[in-house]
Design a protein around this ligand. Structure first.
Ligand code: SF4
Length: 243
């Protein structure tokens, strides 16, 4: 499996914020977010620059499990990059982690563009659909990103699995400004997810950037009756690796 980094840290976003977690960050992504602020995504070494020397590289699922056994936290977070593009390995990884610790709580963080059977061995599917404000305009990836960023069929399957009681779900949106809301509401109407599972988060890769947008996002949460999520990993470590 192509892995960027593995580390122990605190979950910084969404429903399980603050929980000690074993993080498995996969390498490579099918999208290339570049926000209207000019920031690339907060893990560009998995998407824009996956050849980064600090990425671990190829790792057998058994070796990842051996690392997990050293910590055996209840919370496990599989993130990226985009984990679901490595579908077969992800299925094996989630199934094996559940076998090793049946009491674990496995969160998979995905952009939602692919659906897979790993959901049968996961507890929380954390979907972060990418809005228009993430399109890397003027770059070689603009068309690819725009074409692939939303897959409504896949998103509907995720929502259906949640309604069938297979796992918990959260829909996290990175907010640049209020212009993002129209597209979020349109997507919500199309897929049918409820406000109680929506988390709005300020865009930024620096503390100062979160601070500048936090109040606006809080007000949007009040106005649209949605949840707020901060991004503790940025507050604590900005976008330092392995944290
Ligand atoms: S989908 Fe996620 S990992 Fe991929 S480029 Fe966007 S923010 Fe980065």
């Amino acid at each position: 499996m192509k892995i960027s980094e593995i580390f122990l840290s605190i979950q910084g976003e969404g429903k399980r914020t603050g929980n000690l977690s074993f993080f498995i960050r996969t390498n490579y992504c099918n999208l290339r977010c570049k926000f209207t602020s000019g920031n690339l995504c907060d893990s560009p070494y998995t998407s824009w620059y996956p050849e980064d020397n600090y990425n671990i590289g190829e790792m057998m699922v058994d070796s990842i499990i051996a690392e997990y056994r050293k910590f055996k936290t209840q919370d496990i977070v599989i993130t990226g990059g985009e984990p679901v593009i490595q579908m077969k390995d992800l299925n094996t990884l989630c199934r094996t982690l559940k076998f090793v610790n049946s009491k674990s709580n496995i969160t998979v963080e995905t952009n939602g563009t692919f659906f897979g059977e790993y959901t049968g061995y996961s507890d929380l599917i954390s979907i972060s659909p990418k809005m228009k404000s993430s399109v890397p305009e003027g770059t070689e990836f603009e068309n690819l990103h725009q074409k692939n960023r939303i897959n409504t069929e896949s998103l509907k399957k995720y929502e259906q699995g949640f309604r069938d009681g297979l796992y918990d779900i959260q829909w996290k949106f990175v907010i640049n400004d209020e212009n993002d809301m129209e597209e979020i509401i349109t997507l919500q109407n199309e897929i049918g997810f409820s406000n109680e599972n929506i988390y709005l988060m300020p865009e930024g890769i620096k503390k100062s950037e979160l601070k500048a947008k936090r109040n606006l996002v809080l007000e949007l949460c009040r106005k649209y009756k949605m949840n707020f999520s901060d991004r503790l990993q940025i507050l604590f470590w900005e976008n330092e690796r392995g944290k």
